[in-house]
Every structure is written in structure tokens, then in C-alpha cells.
Ligand binder design. Structure first.
Ligand SMILES: [Zn+2]
Length: 341
């Protein structure tokens, strides 16, 4: 029973890849995912959506178990330097990368909108999750499920949502490398789980490290890009705001659909902080699939064309995010003082 279900899902995933005309980079294993968790476990519960109130507890400043990752990627190649906003696709193929940030500051614990992930799984939609290291630590099971899933890629979103424009090299390295270390620790835990079910052979499909980075608040200095290049992590932002503007979920989703171009990178969140994302995603995804678009991970997209990069991150226009340099204490890692109750 379990085997046939696994085969069906595998065949479905393969057909999606073939239909989409784009091979997915290896980043997980259906046999591993479905060998470790039942459909009900993957579906999650409403308790997953809980976001705790900032300052209900003292800020969590504790480091991860592993502060120095074992895997050290080389330098970022020149073609992937700068702040990447989209990828130029030579033949105009209708392909895009959908991304979800899993942000978590030191001052609270955020959630996980399982409906989003469930919809992506149902539709065979690839995506990249840029996770905070502290989010991974507070959501170990969900992290391991995403890690095992062949549709999904992980990227690094700093340890506690740091504004890197305000941080020096040592602080930046800590924010980035702690998160790489947390990924490794949970990958090792996943390997133990896999071994307990005789699935250790599947672990070779799970990347040993994260290979892309997203700037919290889209903020950086020139030096930030230098530090990240030396840590071997290309910086990937977006050219389409998937949750932007006013109106219903349908209004927002269809507006975002119109903004998508071949090679676009779309920003959304799966940490249950933006309130409409789980309603936007099904409308956005289904409409693009109806129009013949295919979804790849960020790494998959970077392999398809030439990265278009700028020197400073922003939301829609250069300089539209500098206000984040004030108001968030701890260099971005804590909620605004006015949120204190
Ligand atoms: Zn974020």
C-alpha cells in the first residue's frame, strides 16, 4: 500500500517535470518523505499557525548547537555576485521561481502555514524556502519534512532576521554560519530517522548544505555582499511581490500573476505572519499553471540563464527599504519597541 502510493507520487512528480520541460535539481526523495511521514502528519494542524506575541518572553539569543558548519562552500562565482532579482531566460520560456521566507526574530516564535505547502505538493510545484536558522530550530520536524521533499530547496535567511546593512563582518558571519550549522544538525537528525526506517540510502539526495541566501529586509551594504561571496552564498531577492498591495487574496494573486515574466523570482512568506498568503498561493499557482508556466527552485532558475543583479536590495524601487534601518532594535533581530506590551 505504502509502496504503491510512493510510486504514484513519484510518477506524478516525474510527469510534472516532463510536462514542465524543466529538470529539477536533486534536492530530496519522495521515498524518504513518504517513508517517514504519513499524509496526515505532513498535512499538519492549525496549531502550526501559531505566532507568539513579541516580548511575551525574553528574547532568545542562544546559539545553535553547531556554530561552525562542517561544509564550507567555495567563493561565489562572479556571475552570481551582487543582489540577484531575476534571471534572464534566453528563449523566453515560461518559467519562474516561487520563494517563501520563513522569518523569525529573537523576540518571538513564528508559525508555519501548512496549507501553502500542501497545495504546492498537490500541484507538484517546486519552491525555495529561505529559512531563518532560529525558525529551523523552533520547527525541527517541518524543516526535516521540507528538506526531504524533492520539490523543495532551502536557502539561508540569517539566524534571527538580521539587518545586514548594520552588521560588521563578525556579526554577519555569525548570523549566516549559525544558520548553516542548524541546517546541518537537522540534516543529521533526518539521517538518523531515515536509518531507523532502512532509508539511509535516500540521504544522498538531500543536499549537505544550503547554497543560496536572502537578505532580511532586503538590506545590505557593499561589504555585506563581499562577506557573503566569501562564504559562497549567492544573494537572491525577487522582482515580484507575491503578497503586495491592497484588496482580497484574489486581487493580490491576480495582480502578481500579471507581473510575472520569464525568469521572475516571486516573494511570499510561509511563516503565518502575512495573513492572506495561504489564500493567495492556490489562486496564484493555479492561474499560472493554467497559463502554461512551470515552477523551479531558485537554484534551478539560476542554472537556466543569466542572473540580473543590482548592488542594493529593495522591495520595488531602489531605496524603498532604508526605513528598516531604524525601529527594529538589535540590528533588525528584535521587534519594534512600539510592539512591546
Ligand atoms: Zn524575512
Amino acid at each position: 500500500m505504502k509502496f504503491s502510493k510512493t510510486v504514484c507520487i513519484w510518477l506524478f512528480a516525474m510527469s510534472v517535470m516532463v510536462m514542465g520541460g524543466t529538470a529539477l535539481a536533486e534536492q530530496g526523495s519522495s521515498a524518504l518523505l513518504h517513508g517517514l511521514w504519513s499524509e496526515a502528519e505532513l498535512a499538519g494542524t492549525p496549531a502550526d499557525h501559531l505566532v507568539t506575541r513579541p516580548y511575551s518572553k525574553p528574547a532568545d539569543l542562544s546559539p545553535p548547537d553547531r556554530v561552525q558548519p562542517l561544509v564550507q562552500p567555495g567563493f561565489t562565482p562572479q556571475r552570481l555576485r551582487g543582489v540577484i532579482r531575476r534571471v534572464k531566460i534566453a528563449d523566453g520560456e515560461k518559467v519562474l521561481a516561487l520563494t517563501f521566507d520563513l522569518c523569525e526574530r529573537a523576540s518571538n516564535r513564528t508559525g508555519y502555514r501548512t496549507e501553502i505547502v500542501n497545495h504546492l505538493r498537490r500541484r507538484g510545484v517546486a519552491a525555495t524556502f529561505f529559512a531563518g536558522g532560529k525558525w529551523m530550530r523552533s520547527h525541527p520536524m517541518q524543516t526535516m519534512q521540507l528538506m526531504a521533499d524533492p520539490l523543495f530547496e532551502f536557502g539561508n535567511h540569517s539566524w534571527t532576521h538580521a539587518n545586514l546593512a548594520l552588521m560588521d563582518e563578525e556579526e554577519t558571519r555569525e548570523q549566516v554560519l549559525w544558520t548553516q550549522g542548524q541546517y546541518e544538525t537537522l540534516r543529521e537528525k533526518l539521517a538518523l530517522l531515515a536509518a531507523s526506517r532502512g532509508l539511509e540510502g535516500q540521504m544522498s539526495h538531500v543536499p549537505e548544505s544550503m547554497a543560496v541566501f536572502r537578505l532580511p529586509y532586503g538590506r545590505n551594504s557593499a561589504a555585506t555582499l563581499d562577506y557573503l561571496a566569501r562564504m559562497g552564498l549567492p544573494v537572491v531577492q525577487w522582482d515580484v511581490l507575491g503578497e503586495g498591495g491592497a484588496g482580497s487574496a484574489r486581487d493580490v494573486a491576480l495582480r502578481a500573476v500579471k507581473e510575472v515574466r520569464p525568469g521572475s523570482i516571486v516573494l511570499m512568506h510561509a511563516n503565518a505572519v502575512p495573513k492572506l498568503t495561504h489564500e493567495i498561493v492556490p489562486i496564484f499557482v493555479d492561474e499560472l499553471q493554467r497559463q502554461g508556466w512551470s515552477f523551479v527552485t531558485v537554484s534551478g532558475l539560476l542554472a537556466l540563464g543569466e542572473a540580473e543583479a543590482v548592488q542594493d536590495g529593495y522591495f520595488e524601487k531602489p531605496g524603498d527599504n532604508t526605513q528598516f534601518d531604524t525601529g527594529y532594535p538589535g540590528k533588525g533581530t528584535l521587534h519594534p519597541v512600539y510592539g512591546r506590551k
